[in-house]
Write a protein that binds this ligand. Structure first.
Ligand SMILES: Cc1ncc(COP(=O)(O)O)c(C=O)c1O
Length: 411
């Protein structure tokens, strides 16, 4: 069978579901807010209600909305008492925002490697990075798969560190039956437009401690205190509030979410079973303590050495031509991003210039970026069994007909 990239017919010509998905529910909620004239959270009820609905959904006591996942993380770091010059341990295989939220507080991101079979922070390696300046650990529940929270919480307790969960990709994810974001001191989620629950932009911070939630709410609302006057400001903070229009959309999105999550989870299970049978491709490993995966991304680990040295990008191009919208994902480990290599730390340049090494020894992160990780996004997983079968068929077709891609000099 001729590969589509060489002029053959593609395995799949039907498009996968588009994202975002919305219906009359969003429309109705938006119209209600519009007509109410209460567009800001100071006056309406949508934001407060969404905060409590989402906190309940994730098993947390308190929710504090913010303008984005990034600002939720910034507020969490500030609320944890991290000071300029302190260190926060974070994986280097994540979106830049995890590290930027640390830098924006003048703190130092200390990059740890990922576990090669889960792509989450390797909990075995965290302790080696702890110094007298370490104040917090920021595990990222990458792709929606919870990190090893048992180990991370035990390390944090031993060393009296805060745990700030970057759950920006992990709505509905559970570790041993408890929602992520409710396991550490604080957990932060994103509602940016690619996310499984979205209002275009937005974020939320969850906490179980009333005092933490009170401080975080103040940091997201100009330093105001709930019982204080409107023009009394107690903390150094700007306006990071979500609007009522965004919250109204998020409430509609959340009501649809459990059903979407189920579809994505069965797609992931199908892919895990079938991808595992193919040469050169391996699914990430499932930890039994992960009782719900948010399925924001589906990740295949590609081994070019098992496929005549065909580079990841060439394999992806061939899959895309077959109608499978996959991507190489993060192709630059965070520490290699220009912001770190050129030390572009804005107002903190002098403070951080001798504190941030340019080189880290993170072989699993490097390999995931350069040659291994292939991503499928959450909207693809909404297609159901027929769509998942076409992904497996396309992978099989490219693998079987790889000679058509030319010679790449296998190692
Ligand atoms: C792991 C991770 N952390 C943080 C963020 C930041 O969220 P936002 O884009 O809403 O600021 C994202 C979003 O892309 C993310 O994927």
């Amino acid at each position: 069978m001729k590969l589509a990239i060489k002029g053959g017919s593609p395995v799949r010509s039907k498009p996968f579901p588009q994202w975002p998905i919305w219906d009359a529910h969003e429309q109705h909620n938006l119209q209600d807010v519009l007509k109410s004239g209460k567009w800001g959270s100071a006056h309406g009820e949508q934001t407060r209600t969404f905060e409590s609905e989402f906190a309940i959904y994730q098993d947390a006591k308190y929710g504090v909305t913010t303008t984005s996942g990034t600002t939720a993380l910034e507020v969490a770091i500030r609320t944890a008492g991290v000071m300029a010059g302190d260190e926060v341990i974070v994986p280097a295989y994540t979106f830049i925002a995890s590290a930027i939220a640390i830098l924006n507080n003048g703190a130092v991101p200390v990059f740890a490697d990922i576990d090669p079979v889960t792509y989450n922070i390797d909990s075995q390696k965290i302790e080696a990075f702890i110094t007298e300046r370490t104040r917090a650990i920021m595990p990222v529940h990458f792709a929606g798969r919870p990190a090893d929270m048992d180990a991370i919480l035990a390390i944090a307790r031993r060393h009296q560190l805060a745990v700030i969960e970057d759950a920006a990709q992990a709505w509905g994810a559970k570790w041993r039956g408890t929602g992520v974001g409710a396991l550490g001191d604080m957990g932060c989620f994103s509602f940016q437009s690619s996310k499984n629950i979205t209002a275009g932009e937005g974020g939320i911070l969850l906490a179980n401690d009333a005092e933490i939630a009170r401080i975080a709410a103040s940091y997201s609302n100009c330093g105001r205190m709930p019982d204080g006057m409107w023009y009394a400001h107690y903390l150094m903070a700007g306006n990071l509030r979500l609007s009522e229009l965004q919250s109204a959309m998020l409430r509609a999105q959340l009501s649809r979410y459990p059903q979407h999550l189920q579809v994505r989870q069965s797609s992931m299970q199908f892919l895990d079973e079938h991808i595992a049978e193919l040469p050169a491709l391996t699914p990430l490993e499932h930890d039994q303590r992960v009782t719900s995966h948010a399925c924001h991304l589906y990740i295949m680990r590609y081994n070019p050495d098992a496929l005549d040295g065909i580079p990841k990008d060439a394999f992806i191009d061939a899959l895309r031509a077959e109608g499978i919208p996959c991507s190489p994902g993060y192709s630059i480990p965070l520490y290699q991003q220009p912001v770190f290599q050129n030390q572009e730390f804005g107002p903190f340049k002098l403070l951080l210039k001798d504190r941030m090494p340019r080189e880290f020894n993170l072989p699993n992160t490097d390999r995931a970026c350069s040659s291994e990780a292939i991503w499928l996004t959450q909207n693809v997983l909404l297609d159901g069994a027929e769509g998942m079968q076409s992904i497996v068929d396309a992978c099989e077709k490219v693998i079987q007909n790889r000679h058509e891609l030319g010679s790449f000099g296998a190692k």
